[in-house]
Design a protein around this ligand. Structure first.
Ligand SMILES: Cc1ncc(COP(=O)(O)O)c(C=O)c1O
Length: 388
């Protein structure tokens, strides 16, 4: 008789030692959500209209993707991009998963920064990769450029294997970085990628709309027939979650050399992106004015909140992205809980290297940030009056 295993069959050792990546996603509706850097007001009305117009019998049909890659190419403008440069994914998280699945093997190395977006590490761990995460530097969380360059290019400085040294399999840069907002000039990223042809350089540009720092414009303005010809090891990730307001529908793009996009698409299922996401993405890409208006509103709200924080003398850090960090004068967990009682969600950075004790506050409209600020001040004031 086959022995009965109490926990069922064992998964791969890398999976057995992995903790599920979980985020506090439940019970957020109806609250002011400044915890996940989402768009805080919803998508363009044209997206809503397009989704409502899907006939019910279409729900029964597998999705059609024709035209969506072309729409992404058109939205990026410039020259030297074709639909073969665009990979479609069920959110950028799924693109990241596919990147690691296709390129990360047991014992390979992921080079990245710390602290950064939390899903990179589990993706590397599930492949059995080693992680080298180099810390941001100083009070301003500056990008550790020299350290990254040395870890990327190795003792010979050429990114070539030498002795026991192997180049990292993947360099993952979040630009601007979530959660520190750190910005790295696109030209420097292109330089790093060109210097390390054996490493896959992935640039997560989820928040680029809020800074304009992107590696794409310099590539698309070259007038080359293939914008990625000189950078066959570079992959750029973009999403419609944070600006266009489609986080719940899940749609993201990977942009790079056709051979790269082909490899990561091989480890993706044939219908992984659903029809609602496809329809919504088409409508969102066709209404860039809506996204531009939202981004402008967030940037205005950001200026206003920064003035308040400055005037109140509250330690904060804001660089790129639709979020900032602040350090409350009371324990962050208490302030987090009190904000929640006031109907406002923010994200505690407890346990994150360098920023333990900070709260990450997503930026929404001017009105939403005013509501946040009133609640925040009241909570801080309670702390002051309660102290001996
Ligand atoms: C840096 C970064 N990359 C990727 C993601 C996930 O994006 P998507 O919603 O498109 O899966 C997030 C979401 O917070 C993020 O902050």
């Amino acid at each position: 008789m086959t022995p009965c295993l109490p926990d069922g069959p064992q998964a791969r050792p890398e999976v057995e030692s992995l903790q599920a990546y979980s985020a506090p996603l439940e019970g957020r509706r109806g609250l002011l959500r400044l915890d996940f850097n989402e768009n805080t007001v919803g998508p363009s009305p044209k997206v809503v209209e397009a989704i409502r117009a899907i006939p019910a019998d279409h729900y029964a049909i597998y999705p059609e993707y024709d035209g969506l890659r072309e729409a992404v190419v058109a939205s990026l403008g410039g020259s030297g991009l074709s639909p073969a440069h665009i990979g479609l994914f069920n959110g950028v998280d799924a693109a990241l998963h596919a990147v690691f699945h296709a390129y990360g093997a047991l014992g390979d190395r992921l080079l990245t920064t710390s602290p950064t977006f939390g899903y990179y590490s589990p993706c590397a761990r599930m492949q059995g990769m080693a992680i080298e995460a180099l810390p941001y530097r100083g009070a301003e969380f500056a990008f550790p450029l020299e350290q990254i360059r040395a870890a990327l290019l190795g003792p010979g400085g050429a990114g070539e294997p030498s002795g026991n040294w192997q180049p990292p399999r993947i360099l993952l840069l979040c630009n601007p970085n979530n959660p520190t907002g750190t910005r790295l000039a696109p030209e420097l990223i292109l330089e790093l990628a060109a210097a390390a042809p054996r490493t896959l350089v992935v640039v997560d540009e989820l928040y680029e709309a809020f800074t304009g720092d992107s590696v794409l414009p310099p590539l698309l303005n070259l007038g080359a027939a293939d914008s990625f010809a000189a950078h066959p090891n570079l992959l750029v990730l973009r999403s419609l979650a944070k600006t266009a307001g489609l986080a719940g529908l899940r749609i993201g793009f990977a942009i790079g050399a056709p051979a790269l996009v082909d490899r990561i698409s091989r480890v993706t299922g044939p219908y992984d992106i659903n029809s609602f996401a496809v329809t919504a993405a088409r409508a969102a890409l066709a209404d860039q004015a809506y996204v531009d208006g939202y981004v402008a509103e967030v940037l205005r709200a950001r200026e206003w909140l920064l003035e308040q924080l400055q005037a109140a003398g509250i330690r904060h850090h804001a660089a790129g992205g639709n979020y900032l960090l602040l350090w409350p004068s009371r324990p962050a967990a208490e302030v987090d809980a009190e904000l929640r009682r006031a109907g406002i969600l923010v994200r505690s950075m407890a346990g994150k290297p360098l920023i333990d004790g900070a709260l990450r506050v997503s930026l929404g409209s001017r009105q939403q940030m005013a509501r946040f600020w009133v609640a925040y001040q009241a909570i801080e004031a309670k702390g002051i009056s309660a102290s001996p």
